[in-house]
Write a protein that binds this ligand. Structure first.
Ligand SMILES: Cc1ncc(COP(=O)(O)O)c(C=O)c1O
Length: 474
C-alpha cells in the first residue's frame, strides 16, 4: 500500500484541491446545518474495522458523499455560532504543509524551525499585547489548555513545594476568582489542579455583564477572613456568551493589592489589539501575569492554535513544567534548551502549528487583521440596530466585540430555544442560545470574513419569519 508513496501524493495532490475548491465555491448557497440526525450518521458509519485497505479514490468518494455534506458549514458566511472562524486559505493549506513535514516541535533537536517559529510567533503576540521584551509563552491546543497552563503557574507561585508535594503545602485552601461569565475551562482547571471546582468563586456581573469589582473585593475580603488563601484573579476579554470585556486595568490593581496572580482570558477578544480603533478596550491587559490568546478564534487560523503568554518570561513556565526525561536529555551544550517547548507546558509531541499562525500573520499583517476585526464589529453593530428596530425583539447587553445577544418577546426561555431550533432546521443560518443572568438569550457571533451586510439582512428576515412560527408552535 505504501510502496507508491510519491504517486499517492500526486494523486491526492491533484484531487483534494478540487474538493476544497468545489466546497469553498459553493459555501454561499450550501446549507449551514446538515439535515442528518445522530441516528442517520451512526448508521452511515456503522462499519467493522477495515481488514483490507481500499483505494484513495474510494476513500475520497466517501468523503464527498458521506462526510462533507454532513458537517456543520463552519466556514459559511451564514454561520453565526460559537467563536469558530472561516479559516484563511493560507491556514488551510499550511495545515497540509505542516502534516507533510510532520515536525515534532516539542524539542528543538527534533523540530528546529518549528521551535524557532513558535518562539517567533509567541514574540509577535506578546508585542501585540504590549508585553515587554522579556515576556514569553507557549502554544497550546486551545483556550482551555491555555487557561490551565496559566492557572498552574499561578498555583505554583503560592508555595515552593506545591509542584512536588501538592496543594497540601499551601498555607490554606486556595481560591480563584472570575466573573460568573467565565469560560467553563476555569472550573475544570480548578479541579485538575487539585483545588476542586468549589475553589472558583463566580463573581456576579454588573448591568453591562462585566465582573462587579465591588463584589470581587467583598468576596476576597470575606475569604481571607475565613482563613482561605485568595491566589488568582481572572479577567475575561471577550466573554463566551456576550463577548464583553471586563475592566482589565482595575482588576489588575485588585489582584496586586491582594497579592494574587492576574490572568486575562483573551481567548476571543485578544485580536482587538490589532485595531487602533478598538485596542483601548483591552487597556490594562499588559498588566496581567498571564494571558490566554486563541488565534483559532478571531484570527481565522484553522483549529487548533492557542497560546498562553507570560509577562515575566519563560522561567515561570519552566518552573511549573520543566523536566528532563532520559530520552530527551542528551547533552546538547545548553543553547537550544530554551527552545524545547516540552519544558513549557503539558504537551509532549506538538504539531508545527506555529507555521499556520506565522503564515496567517505574514499574509494578513497587523493592518489586515485590524480591518477584519473592525468590519466584523461594524457588521455586528449594524445587526444590533436592525434588532432594535424590530418590535418583537429586545436586545440584551452592548456590542463590545462581534457578538450581539437579544431575545424574542415575550421573553420565555422556551421561545428562544424554539426560534433557534427553527433556524437550525432551516439550514439557512446557524446561531446559538446562551444563558445570561439565568435567562436564555439568542446569540450571534460574526466570525467569518465572508459575512457581508446582505447576509445580516437575510438573517434579520429569517429571524422575523421564524419568530412567527416559533410563537405559533407554543
Ligand atoms: C473566553 C473563552 N476562553 C476559553 C475558551 C476555550 O477555548 P477552546 O475551545 O479553544 O479550548 C473559550 C471558548 O469558546 C472562550 O470563549
Amino acid at each position: 500500500m505504501i510502496d507508491d508513496f510519491v504517486e499517492q501524493h500526486q494523486l491526492l495532490g491533484s484531487t483534494v484541491p478540487r474538493i476544497i475548491n468545489e466546497y469553498v465555491a459553493t459555501l454561499a448557497t450550501r446549507r449551514v446545518t446538515p439535515e442528518a440526525t445522530p441516528a442517520d450518521l451512526e448508521k452511515l458509519f456503522a462499519e467493522p474495522l477495515p481488514e483490507k485497505g481500499i483505494s484513495i479514490e474510494e476513500i475520497l468518494t466517501r468523503f464527498r458523499g458521506d462526510i462533507a455534506p454532513n458537517t456543520m458549514a463552519v466556514p459559511s458566511p451564514r454561520y453565526f455560532g460559537q467563536f469558530n472562524p472561516t479559516p484563511l486559505p493560507i491556514g488551510v493549506w499550511a495545515d497540509a504543509l505542516i502534516s507533510m513535514l510532520n515536525q515534532n516541535g516539542g524539542a528543538w533537536r527534533n523540530g528546529p524551525t518549528s521551535a524557532m517559529i513558535e518562539a517567533r510567533v509567541i514574540r509577535w503576540l506578546c508585542e501585540l499585547l504590549s508585553y515587554g521584551p522579556t515576556s514569553s509563552g507557549t502554544l497550546a491546543s486551545g483556550g482551555s489548555e491555555a487557561n490551565l497552563i496559566a492557572l498552574k503557574c499561578a498555583r505554583d507561585r503560592v508555595a515552593a513545594g506545591i509542584k512536588d508535594r501538592g496543594v497540601r503545602t499551601a498555607p490554606g485552601d486556595l481560591v480563584v476568582y472570575a466573573s460568573e461569565q467565565c469560560h467553563y475551562s476555569i472550573d475544570k482547571s480548578a479541579d485538575i489542579l487539585g483545588l476542586g471546582r468549589e475553589a472558583l468563586r463566580k463573581i456576579p456581573t454588573d448591568d453591562r455583564f462585566h465582573i462587579s469589582l465591588g463584589a470581587l473585593q467583598d468576596a476576597i475580603r470575606h475569604d481571607r477572613e475565613a482563613g482561605l488563601v485568595p491566589f488568582c484573579v481572572v479577567g475575561v476579554a471577550g466573554t463566551t456568551s456576550m463577548g464583553v470585556i471586563d475592566s482589565l486595568e482595575p482588576l489588575a490593581a485588585i489582584a496586586r493589592e491582594n497579592n494574587c496572580w492576574y490572568h486575562v482570558d483573551a481567548a476571543y477578544g485578544g485580536p482587538l489589539a490589532f485595531s487602533p480603533k478598538h485596542k483601548e478596550k483591552l487597556r490594562g491587559i499588559e498588566l496581567a501575569d498571564s494571558i490566554t490568546f486563541d488565534p483559532h478564534k478571531w484570527m481565522f487560523v484553522p483549529f487548533s492554535c492557542a497560546a498562553t503568554l507570560m509577562r515575566e518570561g519563560p522561567g515561570v513556565l519552566r518552573d511549573a513544567f520543566d523536566m528532563s526525561p532520559e530520552y530527551l536529555s542528551e547533552d546538547r551544550g545548553g543553547a537550544d534548551v530554551e527552545f524545547d517547548f516540552f519544558r513549557y507546558g503539558q504537551m509532549g509531541t506538538r504539531r508545527f502549528n506555529s507555521l499556520k499562525l506565522w503564515m496567517a500573520l505574514k499574509f494578513m499583517g497587523r493592518e489586515g487583521y485590524a480591518k477584519a476585526v473592525e468590519r466584523q464589529i461594524d457588521l455586528t453593530n449594524y445587526l444590533a440596530r436592525q434588532i432594535d428596530s424590530l418590535p418583537d425583539f429586545e436586545r440584551v447587553g452592548e456590542v463590545e466585540t462581534a457578538v450581539c445577544c437579544f431575545r424574542l418577546m415575550p421573553e420565555t426561555d422556551g421561545l428562544q430555544q424554539r426560534l433557534q431550533q427553527i433556524i437550525e432546521r432551516s439550514g439557512e443560518a446557524w446561531l446559538t442560545t446562551t444563558v445570561v443572568k439565568n435567562r436564555r438569550v439568542l446569540r450571534v457571533n460574526i466570525n467569518s470574513f465572508l459575512t457581508d451586510q446582505h447576509h445580516i439582512d437575510d438573517l434579520v428576515k429569517l429571524l422575523v419569519r421564524s419568530a412567527e412560527a416559533a410563537k405559533r408552535h407554543k
